[in-house]
Design a protein around this ligand. Structure first.
Ligand code: ZN
Ligand code: ZN
Length: 132
């Protein structure tokens, strides 16, 4: 499988045209964007496709999270932010609906809807949705 939208650094860390290394890395106090992220290539490819489909600029509210991230540390096993998830900021109902619509078209299998962002991930199915 090839990933036309993915680029990588000399050390193999992935980034895309619209998502920089800094935007993709974990922001917890331990990593503080200094540690390489481990987002799966197939998921990052999809997130870049989603970015193109949405046609607007955004910095993910949250992308990769290491297992020490405060939101992850209490979990028995790493969540989707350790593999495939990105939180996409939204303003208002039209943007929110558009993210859900385009994410579903791209085969997203985890969608969480919040007031100011939509969580999108590509876990092994079936499709699951939730609200915050
Ligand atoms: Zn971290
Ligand atoms: Zn999320």
């Amino acid at each position: 499988m090839t990933y036309p939208y993915l680029h990588h650094t000399e050390k193999g860390e992935l980034y895309t045209e619209n998502f920089s290394i800094a935007e993709l890395r974990c922001r917890c106090n331990t990593c503080n964007r200094r540690v390489a992220h481990k987002i799966k290539p197939e998921a990052l490819q999809k997130h870049q496709e989603l970015r193109k489909a949405l046609g607007r600029r955004y910095t993910p509210s949250s992308a990769f999270r290491c297992h020490l991230h405060p939101y992850e540390i209490a979990k028995d096993k790493p969540g989707e932010h350790n593999r495939t998830a990105m939180d996409i900021p939204v303003k208002g109902g039209l943007q929110r609906a558009k993210v859900v619509q385009e994410a579903l078209k791209l085969g997203a299998t985890g969608i969480g809807v919040a007031r100011d962002y939509v969580h999108v991930d590509f876990r092994p199915g079936p499709l699951v949705m939730w609200v915050y």
